[in-house]
Design a protein. Sequence first.
Length: 317
Amino acid sequence: MNSAAHGAVLAAEPFDILARPPRDTPSQSDPTAVDADAVLTWHALGLETMSSLLVLSLRRLGDRSFEGRCQWPRTHPLNERTTTVAHHPLIVVESTRQLAVAVQRRHLPTATEADYEVLSVSLGLLPGCAPMESGSATDVAVRLTLSDLVVRAGSAVSFRVTAEYLYAGRIFATCVMGCAAPLGDEPQPTGAVPPVPGLLHPAPAAVGAAAAPDVLLARGPHGRLVIVPRDPAHPVLLPGRPSRLTTAAVLEAGRQAVLLSCGMTARAVVGLRTDVRSPVPDRGAEIDVAFEAGGARYVVTAAGRVVATGAVGLLRT
C-alpha cells in the first residue's frame, strides 16, 4: 500500500456505513447463548483443510474493534517435534491473516470474493512471555483493531489490522498486517535459478526450522543465498503451490537468512518485518542480509530488481 492510498483513508465516514449489517447477537445477559456470527470455520476463511484453522471466533465490539479466540495445536507443521514447544512465530502471522480474511469477508464492502493480498507484516514478540505447550493445543485470546481503511466507489481498496495476542491475560505478541485488493496478473520477475546439482540447502537447525521441508533457502555455486523452498507446496508457507511466494514465505525466508548468517537460534528472534513491493518468484530470488544494532535488514531481488525488503529483530547479547 502506498502513501497516496494512506492519504485517502475515510476517517470521517462511520464504519457502520461501510460494514455489512451484522446479524442479531445473543443477549449478554444469557452466558449460555452462542454468538453464531462470531464462529469461524475453515470453509468460511477459504482454507484448504480443517487442520489449517487457527482462529475459532471473531466478534465485533465497536466501530473498528474486535475480539477473537485462537487455538494453536502443539503439532502444527512449523513447530518443533518435541514434547513441549514454543509456537513458531509464523503461527501468529497466519492467525492474523485469517483474522484479516474474516474482517474482509464479514465486515467490509468488497467488489471481489477473492481474499485480499497481504503486502506488509510487522511482528513483535515479547521475550519470555510466549506460551509453552505440552498438551494438545494452546488457547489464545486476541484483540483486533481495523485501521487505514480506504474505500473507493463503495468498495474497500485496502486496510490494516493490528492484532494483540494474549495468554493468561498478558500480551506476548503484536502483529500489524497491511492488506489490499488483488492487483490481478501482474508480470512476475524470473529469478536466475542455479542448476539443481549446484544447490546446497542448509540444515534445518541452522535456519531455525523444525524439519527439512520447512527450509526455504539454498546456496548456489558462487555462494549466493537464494530462495528455493525444499517443499514447493508447503501447507503453511505455500498452500496450493502458488507460482509466487506468499508474504509469509518471504517473511520466513528473511528470518532464516538472518539466523543462517548470524548463527543464533530461533529463540533470539524478537521481531519480524517485511514489505512486498512486487510479486516474488516461487524460486530463485536472491536475498542479502546486512546487520545493524538490534538485528538485521534483508533485501530480496529478482532479475536485478528489488521485490521485497524486511528486517529481523534479535535479542541483544
